[in-house]
Design a protein around this ligand. Structure first.
Ligand SMILES: [Zn+2]
Ligand SMILES: [Zn+2]
Length: 254
């Protein structure tokens, strides 16, 4: 089983629809008949938080270091105008996917372009999909209506979307440590137990991994939970901080 690409960062996002308005507008000639013009205004607040582990000592647990910053783009950066084909917006899923793709073009969310679909899904504000779908339906009716050709080709629909996104980036040293573990060929016959939960070490449910240095093996989920409390091996108490991937150590020097 190929392990998915991991990152020591977790991003939580919440999105709100502040205002939605549809209006009829004159449509410039070259646009497709069923086009739907959408102006997206988006304010963003990004905060960051880091979870650093203290070097060991019996009974000591992870220290939480929190730094927050806000990002507010210039007002003339805020609005992006995009054109949808109403024909492409026939279902909830299609509309959501299309809106997600448009959000990727917002300069204020550029820092998240490499993130997975689930995060971009969280950026889509609740309610916006239904609103766009009904605007698209109107655009389709106008495009396919009985009116004179020159009239229907000049009617366009424009949606104004105002939204706000809160995104929190959480860096976890424990997750970074997990990146230095070995996943391949950890378990031989499946007779070994995970020293944390005492269940059999099988690939089911998140897989197994071996710590750098001592090679003691655990379920990934079990050892991650442990690493949130201490950067040592629970079996032999071997120090693990030395194996922290160096590209993730820069936060300490800042
Ligand atoms: Zn376990
Ligand atoms: Zn060990």
């Amino acid at each position: 089983m190929a392990s998915q690409q991991e990152s020591p960062y977790t991003v939580h996002a919440e999105s709100k629809l502040l205002k939605f308005k549809t209006r009829q507008t004159k449509k410039p000639a070259p646009w497709p008949r069923d086009s739907l013009l959408v102006r997206i205004g988006c304010s963003v607040r990004i905060s960051s938080e880091s979870h650093h582990l203290t070097p060991t000592g019996p009974g000591r647990s992870a220290e939480l270091e929190r730094q927050q910053y806000e990002y507010a783009p210039d007002s003339d950066e805020e609005v992006v105008i995009v054109v949808f084909h109403a024909e492409d917006l026939r279902s909830d899923a299609a509309c959501r996917a299309a809106f997600r793709r448009k959000l990727r073009r917002l300069p204020q969310l550029a820092g998240f372009r490499g993130a997975e679909v689930a995060l971009w899904d969280a950026f889509v504000p609740p309610g916006v999909v239904g609103e766009i779908l009904s605007a698209a339906a109107s655009a389709l009716v106008a495009a396919g209506g009985e009116e004179e050709d020159d009239l229907r080709s000049s009617v366009g629909y424009c949606c104004d979307v105002w939204m706000h996104v809160e995104a929190a980036t959480v860096y976890s040293e424990a997750k970074a440590l997990l990146l230095s573990c070995t996943d391949d060929d950890v378990v031989g016959g499946g007779e070994e137990q995970c020293p944390i939960c005492m269940e059999e070490l099988t690939e089911d449910g998140g897989g197994v991994t071996a710590l750098p240095g001592c090679s003691h093996a655990f379920h990934r989920a079990c050892i991650l939970e442990w690493l949130h409390t201490a950067p040592t091996c629970p079996c032999c108490r071997g120090e693990l901080m030395q194996y922290l991937p160096h590209q993730y150590c820069q936060c300490d020097e800042a």
